[in-house]
Design a binder for this molecule. Structure first.
Ligand code: SF4
Length: 200
C-alpha cells in the first residue's frame, strides 16, 4: 500500500495540538479558489511512498521528537483514505493522536462514499472539514483558513479544546535549509506571508 506524498515533516507545532508529525498528501480535486497550496493539486506529482516507510518515519519521530500525534492534510487526505487509515490505525495503537483535514464536508463524504473514507474517519480524533473559502477568512480559530470549516472532536482526546479554540494562536514555522531554500508551514493571513517573503 502506498501514499502519494507531497511532504512529510517529522516535527511541527503549528499543524494541530502539541508536537506532531505531519503528512501532506499529493492530489486534491477540490480546487478551492485562493487555495494556499495549489502545487498539491496534481495527483501525479509528489513521491510514491509505501505505508511501511512512512510508518517507520512516524515511529522515528515518536522516539526522537516525542510527538503526541500525527496530522493528515493535503492535498486531500480522503482521496487516499485506505493508506492513511492504515497509518492512523497504527498510530492509535502506539498511543498517538490523529488529526485529519478534509476539503469535503462530512455530509459530502457520506454522499460520495469515497473508498475507505469511514475507516479514516473512525481512526481520527480531531477532524476538520470543509473547503477553504477566501471570502470568509478565519482570524479567530487556529489551524483553519475560513470560518465555514468545522472542528469535529470525534474522541475525548482533545475535547477540552472545544471551548478554548479562540485562545490557541495561529503560528508559523519557517525553515532555512542548507541548500538555500526556504520552507514554511502554518496558517497565517496571506498579507503576513507577503510581508515576510517579499524580500526573499
Ligand atoms: S481542499 Fe485544501 S488543498 Fe484542496 S484546494 Fe481546497 S484548500 Fe487547497
Amino acid at each position: 500500500m502506498f501514499v502519494q506524498l507531497h511532504r512529510f515533516l517529522p516535527l511541527t507545532t503549528v499543524e494541530g495540538p502539541g508536537r506532531r508529525a505531519c503528512v501532506w498528501v499529493q492530489g486534491c480535486p477540490i480546487h478551492c479558489k485562493g487555495c494556499g497550496v495549489p502545487w498539491t493539486w496534481n495527483p501525479k506529482k509528489g513521491t510514491k511512498v509505501s505505508v511501511e516507510t512512512l510508518w517507520n518515519q512516524i515511529l522515528e519521530s515518536k522516539q526522537k521528537e516525542n510527538i503526541e500525534g500525527i496530522t493528515f492534510l493535503g492535498g486531500e487526505p480522503f482521496e487516499q483514505a485506505e493508506a492513511l487509515s492504515e497509518l492512523g490505525r497504527r498510530a492509535q495503537r502506539e498511543g498517538l493522536s490523529v488529526m485529519t483535514f478534509s476539503g469535503y464536508y462530512k455530509e459530502q463524504l457520506e454522499e460520495l462514499q469515497k473508498p475507505f473514507w469511514q475507516e479514516l474517519y473512525h481512526v481520527t480524533d480531531l477532524f476538520i472539514d470543509g473547503p477553504f473559502e477566501q471570502d470568509r477568512l478565519d482570524h479567530k480559530r487556529p489551524w483553519v483558513g475560513s470560518t465555514n470549516q468545522r472542528f469535529h472532536f470525534l474522541s475525548d482526546r482533545y475535547k477540552e479544546l472545544e471551548s478554548e479554540l479562540s485562545t490557541v494562536p495561529d503560528r508559523l514555522e519557517i525553515y532555512f535549509k542548507k541548500d538555500g531554500t526556504v520552507e514554511a508551514n502554518g496558517m497565517v493571513p496571506s498579507e503576513v506571508w507577503n510581508r515576510l517573503f517579499k524580500n526573499i
